[in-house]
Ligand binder design. Sequence first.
Ligand SMILES: Cc1cc2nc3c(=O)[nH]c(=O)nc-3n(C[C@H](O)[C@H](O)[C@H](O)COP(=O)(O)O)c2cc1C
Length: 359
Amino acid sequence: MSETRSSKTEAVRRLGVRYPIVQGPFGGGLSSTRLAATVSNLGGLGSYGAYSLTPDEIFQVAKELRSLTSNPFALNLWVSDHDPGGLELSPEEFDRVYALFEPYYRELGVEKPERPQRYAQKFEEQVEALLEARPPVFSFVFGVPSAPLLAECRRRGIVTIGAATSIAEAQALDGAGVDLIVATGFEAGGHRPSFLARAEDSLMGTLALTPLVADRVKAPVIAAGGIGDGRGIRAVLTLGAQAAQLGTAFLACEESGASPEHRAALFSDQSQRTALTRAFSGRLARGLRNRWSDEMGPRVPELPPFPILGWFASKLKPAALAAGRTDLVSLWSGQIAPNLRHRTAPALMESLVRELEQP
Ligand SMILES: Cc1cc2nc3c(=O)[nH]c(=O)nc-3n(C[C@H](O)[C@H](O)[C@H](O)COP(=O)(O)O)c2cc1C
């Protein structure tokens, strides 16, 4: 592949990649080292969403990625790891919350789970492992890491990428000295990573958010949300972004950690109906509408906060998928899904680069 005109951006230089293309990270087990390494080897920035990994697993993933690619890659974490009330439940609260989910557990033949020590990993422990693993790039969502942590990244030569859903969030990241900023439009699949206002009050689209952010921050901007082909990348470069981050288009590729059922749904007519809902994790996220989002969405006020809600919902996933059912599991997707054409990462990368290079 020849070098593109757009590959000369400052973002491309800082990331040490060839093309202004970032494969967005996927949390919750949907990332794979194969996908991230493939994208990095083809001149984009491959990313691995390590949000649900233990510190040991983070270290192992970094080691594996290093064995699969000598190009830069990103490890991604969630800075804020719980919402108020989301750290623990007393035995009585646990039973009361379980009762809200029990009909679904019964329907899928899943046993009541034991009350766990914790419902999710702790960012502080994860980031220690990440620093030690020293990935070329550390991308993060849901907040701004502390000044000492950002200083430590700089000292270790780790490039940082933060995510913003509003002008204020972009300015907060820029003010803290984060190296690059992802402007995430509300078309995007997965969680809406807002951290200064409620996600429901931070619903700007990529077309508006990209130039608003690019005109106000020093850091190069990476646009995300609703970008599925070379046209989309060119559009956001025109709007002031210096690179594009694509999630859903890479999630649909066979190298990702998505289940075959999830991937099939992304290529089906179901992909025309996405919804932003808190019903799967407790935080607002975009996925395909299904029975769970339709039935649990209206009940969110009585459900536990993030990450406890997600913990109860995720216990159903193995049984649901084993039964070939997609009505009770999250099927994360952005709005661009109906336009997806490529089923492997090399085919997608080849077409993105070709379309980007067109005069
Ligand atoms: C299944 C899924 C999981 C995601 N998990 C994360 C994550 O853990 N961290 C993160 O920074 N972004 C995450 N994202 C956002 C993507 O990295 C990317 O910014 C987004 O998908 C871009 O919008 P698009 O889906 O319209 O291409 C996720 C997206 C999806 C679809």
